[in-house]
Design a protein around this ligand. Sequence first.
Ligand SMILES: NC(=O)c1ccc[n+]([C@@H]2O[C@H](COP(=O)([O-])OP(=O)(O)OC[C@H]3O[C@@H](n4cnc5c(N)ncnc54)[C@H](OP(=O)(O)O)[C@@H]3O)[C@@H](O)[C@H]2O)c1
Length: 333
Amino acid sequence: MPAMKAVRMHRTGEPGVLAVEEVPRPEPGTGDVLVRVHAAGLNPPDWYARKGFSNIPEALRPTLPLPYTPGTDISGVVAAVGHGVTPWQEGDEVFGLVRFPSLEMENGGRGYAEYTTSPASQLARKPAGLSHVEAAAVPMAGLTAYQYVFDHIKLDEGRRVLVNGAAGGVGHFAVQLAKSQGAYVIGVASGRHETFLRELGVDEFLDYTTTRVEDEVRDVDVLIDCVGGPDAHRFLPVLRPGGVISPVFHGDYHRERAAELGITFRSGQVHSDGEQMAELGRLFEEGRLRVGIDSVFPLAEAAKAHERAERGHIQGKIVLRVAPDQIGSPASR
Ligand SMILES: NC(=O)c1ccc[n+]([C@@H]2O[C@H](COP(=O)([O-])OP(=O)(O)OC[C@H]3O[C@@H](n4cnc5c(N)ncnc54)[C@H](OP(=O)(O)O)[C@@H]3O)[C@@H](O)[C@H]2O)c1
């Protein structure tokens, strides 16, 4: 069986548990595609898994099969197709969120590797205008923002939307998708992200390190909260009666008080979806969506990429470059 390089961890812990090893190349099962991975995006579940999901109550913790290869966001080229796969053929450039949520599955996400398999239905054609690094930055964060804006919130035209954590992976896509619905968007982030967020179209920017957002903002229709936490309820006064809170991460929103104020909650767990990936791809092709790249690391430096993630204040996405890009091709950007 041909070999390949993959990042594996044999125990949970600090970023140093991630190391590149030679492992057998996987084979595509029925309905699966084998992808030569050119780039793999990082997401919070990757470091939650690395740390053994210590941020999740013990009773709810997924079991992680060890050794484990993290990574659910990929962009690459179809290398082979399994039985019953019709939409893809060898050489197609694809991107997608692979098998999420199902981290407890045997072999896990498996994106931090030279090759991985994916259900064919979870992939979409990579937008021609994006490099593999850029495309690999899209899947989980892009799908989360898409599913929040269109499936959970069902954001209609012209709403006043506050995005908290606006410069991060989910936040920077949520800002743009809300703008595409004609929303007035207030972005909340630390000051270093102001130019980035204004370029993405926020109508107002608030630096949470110098401004108490809860004292400054009123009459918000929808709060997309990518931060959450124990003091998430501080945002209740910014919402108008009948407003909506969409927690992307757990937070204490004082739900009884929120109900008294007529505030409702809409949220959900992001899931793989090839058709929605294709829709995101179309928005990129039309120039209506952009992706922010915080930093790029070679596959061999996955541990350093996780150290970068640990430092926080991410602007857009962190990506692992897996295949060397050809000079001058879009992939070299
Ligand atoms: N529901 C779901 O299915 C789903 C899907 C994806 C992600 N998530 C969760 O959603 C959260 C965000 O994910 P992500 O991928 O966007 O993470 P991320 O890329 O790390 O972004 C988080 C952003 O929040 C900002 N931030 C940190 N503290 C803040 C504060 N107090 N106020 C405002 N902004 C603050 C950070 O930068 P600055 O501090 O510099 O502004 C950073 O830009 C994670 O907890 C993740 O687990 C949930």
